[in-house]
Design a binder for this molecule. Structure first.
Ligand code: ATP
Ligand code: MG
Length: 322
């Protein structure tokens, strides 16, 4: 199995990123050939400040390593260090029907939330397809929001194969249902660009305050409630041990509790859950040279594979000698 996934350096990593994607990255690195990248070309659609983009990119590398990504097992690199991706992206853009991209909901959501309608944002599923196809990836661990883009990738790769002969491996999305869509503090999908996140590497005190401010419904305290689908309960179940989760669910079903109690339990569970990576992050960040070395070694490995696949595609469609 060859695994590939990317994360945009558009801001601080949040619970949704961890439970929806990064946790799977780490679980898969032991047995599989895994490529994980920091998607700075994608981030350029949203981050229009050079110093910020550089900082976010570096921070993302530190975050991933602190959470347990092991550069001796998985290949970790920055997207723009593999220029073959941009070349492959162009080849794929030719032959991509506009309608396929017009149907993508992630684009529509971002526009609805005020991001400007740039061609880069519109065509981003094809850059993402290039990312995936360049490593002959067959498995892409993602949150539910990205499943449609993996379908776009399969479509585009399938039609290229059909026109030019077998060239690309068709990938599959790998989604963990239990954490496919982590809600933000406003109940919408938690997203770096929606200002509704709980950051993983947040100071525990600040995070407690953020949790206390989560808006809840105005049900009377004595009323029983179904736990699943409640933002507080859903977040609690991500960070609390199994047994605590069961007793919290029972409390919801019984009724007679206040949300303040649940928030406190959530803040306590979160503090415990994130304590170790938070401590590890501080150590890693103190040695930036080591981080840059890890990324350079990762880029060299990624380029080797991507240039093989690019050459294959160039030969197939006639822009290189066969
Ligand atoms: P942006 O707002 O810049 O798009 P994001 O928070 O959506 O940022 P991405 O970098 O786009 O994060 O996505 C990284 C990975 O995290 C993807 O695999 C995506 O599916 C996953 N992911 C993002 N948000 C969530 C969420 N709320 N629940 C589960 N998975 C998520
Ligand atoms: Mg996103």
């Amino acid at each position: 199995m060859r695994v590939l996934s990317g994360i945009q350096p558009t801001g601080a990593i949040h619970w949704g990123n961890y439970f929806g994607a990064i946790r799977q990255y780490i679980a898969l690195q032991d047995n599989e050939q895994a490529f994980y990248f920091i998607a700075n070309l994608h981030a350029l659609n949203a981050v229009r400040d050079a110093a910020k983009l550089r900082q976010y990119t570096f921070d993302m590398a530190v975050d991933l390593l602190a959470l347990g990504l092991d550069p001796n097992k998985a290949t970790l690199f920055v997207q723009s260090d593999v220029p073959e991706i941009s070349q492959l992206c162009w080849i794929l853009l030719t032959g991509t029907p506009m309608g396929l991209l017009e149907r993508c909901v992630a684009y529509k959501d971002k526009i609805a939330k005020g991001q400007s309608a740039d061609a880069g944002l519109f065509t981003y599923p094809i850059l993402q397809a290039a990312d995936i196809l360049a490593y002959d990836s067959d498995t892409v661990p993602v949150g539910a929001d990205q499943v449609q883009h993996i379908e776009v990738c399969r479509d585009v790769a399938g039609s290229f194969n059909h026109q030019f002969g077998q060239t690309f491996v068709l990938p599959k999305a790998y989604v963990l249902e239990a954490s496919a869509r982590v809600p933000g503090i406003d109940g919408e999908k938690m997203s770096k660009s929606y200002n509704n996140t709980l950051a993983v590497f947040e100071d525990a005190k600040t995070q407690r305050k953020q949790i206390m401010r989560i808006v809840t419904d105005s049900r009377p305290m004595e009323e029983a409630k179904e736990p699943a689908g409640d933002v507080l309960y859903d977040l609690f179940s991500l960070v609390a041990p199994e047994s605590d989760r069961e007793s919290m669910a029972a409390l919801y079903r019984r009724g007679g509790f206040g949300y303040g109690e649940v928030k406190k339990a959530l803040a306590d569970a979160a503090e415990k859950f994130w304590a170790e990576p938070r401590a590890r992050r501080a150590e890693l960040a103190a040695n930036p040279k080591q981080i840059h070395e890890i990324l350079a070694a990762g880029a060299a490995k990624a380029r080797k594979k991507a240039s093989e696949v690019l050459a294959r595609a160039q030969r197939a469609c006639g822009i290189a000698a066969s």
